[in-house]
Design a protein around this ligand. Sequence first.
Ligand code: HH2
Length: 300
Amino acid sequence: MVASPPRPPGSEGLPRSPLAGHPSALRTPAGVLALDRAVVVGVLNATPDSFSDGGRHQDPARAVAAAVEMVAAGAGMLDLGAESTRPGAAPVPADEELRRLLPVLRAVRAAVRVPLSVDTTKAAVAAAAIAEGADVVNDVSAGQADPGMFASCAGAGVPIVLMHMKGSPATMQAEARYEDVVGEVASFLSERAEAARAAGIAPDTIVLDPGIGFGKTVEHNCLLLRRLDALVALGYPVLVGVSRKSFLGRLLGGRDVEGRLFGTAAAVALAVAGGARLVRVHDVAAIHDVVVVTEAVLGA
Ligand code: HH2
């Protein structure tokens, strides 16, 4: 593990950042991804139907151009997806997901050096992507959709993002009911991290994610962001994905996807202040600035 950097002069006496004492690196087979600064994860969807960038990056050459631009703008990791998880999305068979994903993954892998994660719930897709150079698996089902997922990651020593979702993308918004959303999400993620470890996944290769927008109301999403400390306290790095999501549109009086950048920025700043170590976003250049300024103020 990489040690936290010393505190800047003049910051003695200020409250320590919420990150003090928490994991500051993620081990991947290709090297260690430092998390002492929050990492901006750029979203690259090779899907025809994603809610905000669907259809834009299916062509490998266009995906490479977008990937190179995101890395130049400050992305420390890219997340490639070939199955939309937007509310109501229909599942995609593994062969179709691979047909979309692999040409884009190969081209992007050859073009950029940052870690690449693959957003999939299928063990076979994860294994094929790892063989083509993916460094991280981002599983929005936290290993529940496919019983082989943990083995695919453990065997390769590849980190896994475990995300909370209620139900499946097809049903999740109808299931957005909780007694105590923060407690339920924290205990779900804790239980899934234990299951991953029991299946051979090393603790320093686990990332947790509250699953903003996945089977949650506006209030649930706000509560989870406000109480991110409850997830950070579980002892794993936390990834947060708020980018352009519909709860921002609702908070902003029905604003469409294109008009949610400042809302995204506010939510990202608060997520980083709450301890998020990775933020998954579409607008890398703008959010990179948000993260730099937020961390400077925090003294993180
Ligand atoms: N959100 C989306 C997809 N994958 N993965 C993690 N770990 N966390 C998230 O919050 C998350 C995620 C939804 O966003 P997007 O990829 O833009 O849309 P779509 O699922 O329609 O492709």
